[in-house]
Design a protein around this ligand. Structure first.
Ligand SMILES: [Zn+2]
Length: 168
């Protein structure tokens, strides 16, 4: 899949951009300030809550894949620690308060909308509160691990597989 962002000016100084081959990659470089404009995967954080053989999923309210189930997840904010982001997304989408997230794994996935994302999955064993779907989620509930609905994101499926092998 090819994905190129259409950036006409340097986002740092407004200078004109040119293409150069650097380290084997075609890079956008600013002719004025010489910065390389890197095209990187967009960081996403996901919360993995597994209890009694069941996993917490949230139903998507927005594009892409509206109405389908996935891990509570969202983009990491600027200056936010990934652990904090995972707890924030868990709270926003499911109403649950989590503690002590542990990194399970990080996987990349092509994205039609963003080119590429890297999803960091955090296992959150300590959760409290009641499920109240919110923000990007229209519903949230636990599903038995051996009977989960189709999850459209390969990154989430891989994280769930890894988390299950670590927890069970
Ligand atoms: Zn510049």
């Amino acid at each position: 899949m090819s994905f190129e962002m259409d950036i006409s000016k340097c986002p740092y100084c407004g200078g004109a951009l040119t293409h150069r081959f650097i380290d084997g990659h075609k890079r956008l470089v600013c002719a004025k300030c010489n910065r390389i404009i890197y095209m990187n995967p967009v960081p996403v954080v996901a919360a993995v809550v597994i209890k009694d053989g069941k996993i917490l999923l949230a139903k998507r309210k927005n594009l892409p894949n509206i109405g389908q189930w996935n891990l509570p997840a969202g983009f990491l904010e600027l200056h936010e620690q990934p652990e904090e982001g995972a707890l924030r997304e868990l709270k926003e989408e499911t109403g649950l308060t989590g503690k002590n997230p542990e990194l399970c794994c990080a996987v990349t996935q092509n994205s039609k909308r963003y080119g590429s994302v890297v999803v960091m999955g955090f296992i959150i064993k300590e959760v409290s509160g009641e499920i109240i779907p919110g923000d990007d989620a229209s519903d949230a509930r636990f599903f038995p691990l051996n009977n989960i609905p189709h999850i459209p994101f390969s990154s989430h499926r891989r994280i769930i597989e890894k988390a299950s092998s670590l927890i069970l």
